[in-house]
Write a protein that binds this ligand. Structure first.
Ligand code: DC
Length: 221
């Protein structure tokens, strides 16, 4: 019987991870799991209940009464499809506070490990190669310059109709998020051992996907 293959993709916000991971998953017919979406969904719930994202106890007890799952490439929060709501800028601004709580991470990692048990997956996040799937068959670290990442996020938000934003603010928010994600005590964003680093600055999505497929072919597992 063919065994399940696992692909871990990590990297900072706005580097193009999810776009590249989705295309790669489609090309290989693997399941795509966006772990950032899970932290975002919990953030949405916390904010909608009026709980402060820095209130650790409040966040943990919210998580205990929340269901988050993926169905047909959509994310569901308590059975409501929240694909769009979790991409709003208010979520970008608060998700790092939620993602640094150790109990939250433990709960999410457990769910993520479970998802990778039953099928071949491409999972993207910050701690996939280091914590969630340390034995992944392939590990990639996808990055891009801060300016390029801020440009992409700004364009994405403008296209979504957000008006109250400036490029400068988005760049500062990305820098702050990078700082929180890379310096937090638990599972900071790191390039895990054996990961292939891909810088997507000045590369098209197609070029990036091609590079990753080539890397996988070279490794020939
Ligand atoms: O990839 P993203 O921008 O959707 O991630 C949202 C936030 O969640 C980001 O600030 C980092 C955090 N995150 C994390 O800590 N661990 C993961 N595996 C995925 C995301």
């Amino acid at each position: 019987m063919k065994r399940n293959i696992t692909v871990a993709i990590d990297g900072p916000a706005g580097a193009g991870k999810s776009t590249v991971a989705k295309k790669l998953a489609a090309a290989l017919s693997f399941e795509y799991v966006d772990t950032g979406a899970m932290y975002r969904a919990l953030t949405l719930k916390v904010l909608s209940l009026g709980i402060d994202p820095k209130d650790r106890i409040g966040v943990i007890s919210t998580m205990e009464n929340t269901s988050i799952d993926f169905r047909d490439n959509h994310i569901y929060l308590d059975n409501e499809q929240v694909d769009k709501k979790i991409r709003e800028n208010i979520i970008n601004q608060n998700v790092s506070f939620i993602a640094k709580i150790s109990e939250v991470r433990a709960g999410m990692v457990k769910l993520q490990k479970q998802l990778a048990k039953t099928k071949s997956v491409i999972m993207d996040g910050r701690d996939i190669g280091s914590i969630v799937l340390p034995q992944a068959d392939y590990k990639f670290f996808i990055t891009a310059s801060v300016e390029e990442r801020a440009r992409r996020r700004y364009k994405e938000l403008i296209e979504k109709g957000e008006t109250n934003i400036s490029y400068e603010n988005i760049r500062e928010e990305i820098e702050l998020r990078d700082h929180i994600d890379s310096t937090r005590e638990i599972s900071p964003l790191i390039i895990s051992d054996g990961a292939y680093v891909l810088d997507t600055t000045n590369k098209t999505i197609e070029e990036c996907v091609e590079i990753l497929i080539l890397q996988m072919k070279e490794k020939q597992l």
